[in-house]
Write a protein that binds this ligand. Sequence first.
Ligand code: SF4
Length: 112
Amino acid sequence: MNGVSETGVMVNVDGTGNRVAGSLFGHKKVYFVLGVNKIMPTLEEAIYRARNVAAPKNVLRHGYKCGCSLQGGDRCYDCSAPDRICNVLAIYYKKMRNIEMEVILINEDLGY
Ligand code: SF4
């Protein structure tokens, strides 16, 4: 998970869709483990964080050549690079029907 609003709406950016797909369907129960560094005041700020903080850091970690990494990872440049990891943005307003979902919030900065 790349960001969550103070009202509990979560957002996730994905490049191939495997993480988003697996979190929405096909499993009996899904756990989301989040550090408090993902919490932002509003949904808009959570989306901004996902796109401009989490994604560039992940690109740098993987060593991909994308608009953000070529600029040092300071923000998103909405690139069209083959390595682009931002191809879908999922917004989790509430849990999906017919699946159990649990959010575990850890009082530490974890991941991006
Ligand atoms: S869209 Fe491109 S520039 Fe923006 S964060 Fe994703 S990979 Fe980086």
